[in-house]
Write a protein that binds this ligand. Structure first.
Ligand SMILES: Cc1ncc(COP(=O)(O)O)c(C=O)c1O
Length: 372
């Protein structure tokens, strides 16, 4: 096989350090295994069927996606157990979902309102197999989701009566863990969220409604805290790559697997180093608050104390710290750890899997742009 070195690659391009990624995958798989729960990784972070297959080979029990378009691509690549952890709305998408349900061995979708239940039931009622649904429960992240307890019970009763649907269980995403100010607060959020889910599952069961799946998770919570008995499934996504934001939780950049390779294209002043990677190569993402807030717009992998402090569409730059002996030259290639892995992935057609200085494999990011 042709030997391609990382330094041979043109920039900006997306890299994943395979040793680090495999370590991250093993860590979470082991955690799920020890707790006796299913790991259903959220594929929105990598949008890459080849990586989903690695997760499944390592023991994952199906995958999660955020978008119908991601699910369609994953299904066409042979992945047959998919949970769309999101609400599907509108006739165009509902028709696509109906078709997908015929194709995928095990498909499920989220709901948080009776109007979702009615619309799904209408398209599924005449289908040969019922569609599994999970109720989206809001346990502290004010996004989608029904409040825990009685509102979930009411929605569950509606699903039980709806032709063409089967209630598989309940799910939540404790996204507020990103805004926690301390590690102890992350742990408290995780426990509170899981406890609300377990109490809600008990309420349903005591009302004779079976709950097969109690599905939880966000990467910060699962990096630093445990899984309570009674939880059946975890759905972390960002853990596969980690990023500069997650590194703030871990206190180290040593596990950040995703980088963008960029080239120094200008040295306009003694301290300023300008790269060929701007918002179109790294995104402009900055976490506003909390323990996952990393300064700037990405960090130098080999000198993570240095962050990109200016960014425009095609350029970013950093300043060499005063008194530092470091120097950078025009043409030099540098790896940048993005703040947030998921939207960065979506900027690239390919991910180069690297080991040491060598490109071992190149995967197409087949779900890139599949946001409908
Ligand atoms: C519904 C749902 N589940 C799971 C996840 C995975 O979270 P994380 O990327 O923190 O692991 C997300 C992330 O946005 C999500 O929205």
């Amino acid at each position: 096989m042709e030997r391609i070195l990382v330094s041979d690659l043109d920039t900006p391009c997306l890299l994943v350090n395979l040793d680090r990624m495999e370590r991250n995958l093993r860590f979470m798989q082991e955690k799920a295994h020890l707790a006796g729960v299913k790991l259903r990784p959220h594929a929105k972070t990598h949008r890459t069927p080849a990586i989903a297959r690695i997760q499944l080979e390592m023991g994952a029990g199906g995958i999660t996606v955020a978008k119908l378009g991601e699910a369609e691509v994953m299904a066409s690549e042979g992945i047959d157990d998919i949970f769309i952890a999101n609400e599907i709305v509108g006739p165009i998408k509902l028709e696509r979902l109906r078709r997908l349900a015929r194709q995928v061995r095990r498909l499920a979708v989220g709901v948080d309102h009776t109007s979702h239940v009615q619309a799904l039931s209408r398209i599924m009622a005449e289908e040969p197999r019922p569609l599994d649904v999970l109720i989206d429960v809001e346990t502290g992240d004010p996004r989608t989701g029904v409040h825990p307890g009685k509102p979930v019970l009411e929605l569950a009763r509606g699903i039980e009566k709806a032709p063409g649907l089967r209630l598989r269980g309940i799910y939540t995403h404790d996204g507020q863990s990103y805004d926690a100010s301390t590690l102890d607060e992350v742990r408290e959020i995780n426990r509170q969220s899981q406890t609300l889910m377990l109490e809600t599952a008990d309420l349903l069961r005591s009302s004779k409604i079976p709950v097969e799946e109690v599905s939880v998770g966000s990467t910060p919570s699962l990096l630093v805290d445990g899984i309570l008995p009674g939880i059946t499934e975890i759905r972390p996504g960002t853990y596969v790559f980690l990023d500069a934001d997650q590194a703030q939780v871990l206190g180290t950049y040593a596990f950040c697997a995703q980088t963008v390779l960029a080239t120094v294209i200008s040295r306009p002043t003694p301290e300023r180093v300008v790269l060929d990677a701007g918002t179109k190569a790294l995104t402009y993402y900055v976490q506003d608050t909390g323990i996952t807030r990393s300064a700037g717009h990405g960090r130098l992998k080999d000198h993570p104390e240095i962050f990109l402090n200016r960014m425009s569409d095609e350029h970013s730059s950093f300043d060499i710290p005063p008194g530092s002996a470091l120097d950078f030259f025009i043409g030099q290639k540098l790896e940048i750890i993005p703040n947030h892995a998921c939207p960065t992935t979506n900027l690239y057609d390919f991910i180069h899997g690297i080991r040491q200085d060598r490109v071992e494999i190149t995967w197409p990011v087949l779900c890139r742009g599949k946001s409908q």
